[in-house]
Design a protein around this ligand. Structure first.
Ligand code: URA
Length: 433
């Protein structure tokens, strides 16, 4: 087998065999296939696509490129949830303790944020000392003792994805459906969980700009799951506006903590209750979603699942005291209030703009090397659809950087004030295998 034969086949839309895909990926990881050769292949895949069988084989080759986690010593049903990335998305921080409170174990690999999207690992690093990388044994210990553990992808986990994602980033091939599907699913398959929820975001602040694209990605990932014997449910959810009211890191952790005590914003609560509810169906704890969600809402209201989150942070060596002294620890030099000029109802329509603004305030990174300021971010004093009077504060920007005079204008561009109260629909569709 030579690389030239494989690129010729893909160029002429001839399916690659499983063995050919395995050869291609293992030799690219080893450096036998060069970056310029693999760039040509990525572009051929971008234009000619991959069948479901090819995409599943690609995912397997990714998984085989590195270490997997052995969770056979975890007792009970094991669950995971993954989001394709959005603005203000702190769902995993509330989903995991709630799921754990039902005796289900959460064994989860999470990511960092890039560009307008936030990452769960960055948010958890709000707690000084919190460890994102654990050995297999440490991971199992935290899961068994606390009920949940979230960890970061270390260098030896799916190295093929790390190398190929970096190449895609600079060769215009990030938005290839089979490459996205294999990238996401490989990182889910390395932990053998019993249930998996995928939150595929669609809209301005998401990768998938249209519902059709989101459904296409969802079906491909369900197909990969089927080939690997995994049951998956997909939530297609709205990302034209941010999720909840907090955008940043510490500020999102605080919102998550509030949601665990029944004080979360309504759109966020609904997404969490649905994701947990679907997991409860997968674990056969409930058999209809309506009853499951009702029970989850009750748990959010009572605050009974919150302690799982605190115990998990402490078990991974995080300093919990920062949450108790939030206002003293997470200080900002500047607080910019954005006020309304007209009366009406708030309609956020640029989630991406808000995510980018939060990044510029210091809460996110433009390149993987940049560090972030956990205190920076945005709070939406008025949520989507809320009534406002002239002169009321719509949102507050928090930063420790020098003020850029363009920020205010950028903030104004992310919303309009409309006469009729706009409706919000966070869950667009649920697709279950
Ligand atoms: N998230 C991933 O992990 N991979 C992609 O390719 C896109 C989004």
């Amino acid at each position: 087998m030579t690389f030239s034969e494989l690129i010729e086949k893909k160029k002429h839309k001839i399916e690659l065999s499983n063995a050919e895909i395995e050869w291609l990926i293992s030799n690219y990881v080893k450096g036998v296939v060069t970056d310029y050769q693999f760039s040509a292949m990525a572009m051929a895949i971008y234009f000619n696509g991959m069948t479901n069988r090819e995409t599943a084989a690609l995912t397997t080759a990714y998984v085989n490129s590195g270490k997997t986690y052995d969770v056979s010593k975890v007792q009970g049903f094991k669950a995971d949830k993954h989001s394709t990335g959005g603005v203000g998305d702190k769902t995993s921080l509330v989903f995991s303790p709630l799921v754990a409170s039902y005796g289900i174990k959460v064994c989860k690999l999470s990511g960092r944020g890039l560009g307008q999207t936030g990452g769960t690992i960055d948010k958890l690093e709000t707690f000084p000392g919190w460890q994102s990388e654990l050995t297999n044994d440490e991971f199992i210990k935290v899961v068994n003792e606390v009920g949940m553990s979230l960890i970061a992808q270390s260098n030896d986990v799916v190295p093929a994805d790390k190398k190929i994602y970096a190449l895609r980033d600079v060769t215009g091939t990030v938005d290839s459906m089979p490459l996205i599907a294999a990238s996401i699913m490989s990182k889910k398959l390395i932990i053998e969980n019993d249930g998996l929820i995928l939150d595929v975001k669609t809209g301005d602040g998401a990768f998938m700009k249209t519902v059709e694209q989101a459904e296409d990605l969802a079906n491909r990932m369900i197909g990969i799951g089927r080939e690997h014997g995994r049951k998956i449910a997909v939530l297609i959810t709205d990302m034209n506006k941010p999720l909840g009211k907090a955008i940043g890191n510490a500020i999102e952790v605080k919102e998550a903590w509030d949601a665990l005590h029944g004080k979360g914003p309504q759109d966020f609560n609904e997404l969490v209750a649905t994701a947990v509810g679907v997991t409860l169906l997968q674990a056969k704890i409930f058999d209809d979603l309506k009853t499951a969600k009702k029970d989850v809402y009750k748990k959010m209201q009572s605050g009974e699942a919150a302690h799982f989150f605190k115990e998990f942070v402490i078990a991974q060596h995080g300093d919990w005291s920062v949450m108790e002294n939030y206002d003293q620890v997470f200080t900002n030099k500047h607080k910019i209030e954005i006020k309304t000029k007209t009366k009406g109802f708030v309609k956020y329509n640029q989630a991406e703009g808000l995510g980018l603004l939060s990044m510029h305030l210091g809460a996110g990174r433009q390149t993987k090397e940049e560090s972030i300021d956990h205190a920076a971010g945005i709070y939406l004093n008025k949520g989507f659809g809320e009534a406002v009077e002239v002169g009321e504060t719509i949102m507050t920007l928090y930063t420790n950087k020098e003020i850029n005079p363009e920020w205010e204008q950028q903030a104004y561009e992310t919303f309009t004030i409309v006469e009729k109260q706009p409706k919000e629909e966070v869950i667009i569709k649920i697709i279950s295998d």
